[in-house]
Design a binder for this molecule. Structure first.
Ligand SMILES: *Cc1c(COP(=O)(O)O)cnc(C)c1O
Length: 214
């Protein structure tokens, strides 16, 4: 398993199918640093994790040595872990509640931080997933941006597994456009080429780079 070759294959596919600049977030959750290391040495910038503690343990030293690295939180955030999350992540893709927005804004102020956010959208109201309902996005976005001064740059979704992802990529593209948001976090190993057709510019790739997770 050569993770650099795997990453380069994704890059080549992107160049073939899209002229835009698409950021590849290498989702390294569950994999130890020795597996990830070749990508760091190669100069890859964007990495994603879904657990705060795992991210702190794995990435704290690496990021102080390589300040260019940008870590993305792609999993749900509990409010008692906000401080730790702000220590290590440059982007949070799972902003999805008023309570979180309020606490993030307070802690950011205290820590003198201003990181980037995607609001997660839950199109089918799936209980096991986080996210804001489609018809609540506008109000929630205004609250986060205007009242809480959070730097919301775009929308994120994880489509239901039993339906074609294109439906949701198209909806997310439209929703972002109508709310004047420029960035889209959508597309994983199995469907990133579909996601870029609908304007995704942050794709989240785990298994295609690192192999199957246990
Ligand atoms: C794990 C995960 C990914 C990566 O999934 P792959 O199918 O391995 O590419 C992407 N997004 C989220 C939110 C994840 O939890």
């Amino acid at each position: 398993m050569n993770v650099v070759i795997n990453l380069n294959n994704v890059t080549k596919n992107l160049e073939k199918f899209s002229a835009r600049n698409v950021n590849i977030i290498a989702i390294s959750k569950t994999f130890p640093l020795n597996i990830i290391r070749p990508l760091i040495d190669f100069g890859h910038i964007h990495f994603g994790e879904n657990r705060i503690k795992e991210a702190l343990d794995k990435w704290s030293d690496i990021i102080s040595l390589n300040p260019k690295i940008q870590l993305h939180l792609i999993g749900s955030l509990q409010s008692n872990k906000i401080r730790d999350a702000l220590k290590i992540f440059s982007y949070i893709h799972s902003l999805d509640s008023v309570k979180l927005a309020v606490k993030l804004s307070v802690e950011q102020e205290k820590m003198q931080k201003n990181i980037k956010y995607f609001i997660q959208v839950n199109f089918e109201n799936e209980k096991q997933k986080g996210g804001v309902l489609e018809n609540e996005i506008k109000d929630f976005l205004n609250f986060c941006k205007i009242e809480k001064k959070l730097n919301v740059i775009g929308l994120m979704c994880i489509p239901p597994i039993d339906k074609p992802s294109e439906i949701y990529f198209k909806k997310l593209q439209f929703l972002a456009k109508t709310n004047n948001l420029l960035e889209l976090s959508m597309g994983m190993s199995s469907d990133y080429l579909k996601a870029i057709k609908f304007g995704s510019n942050y794709i989240r790739i785990g298994s295609l780079i690192f192999g199957d997770r246990k």
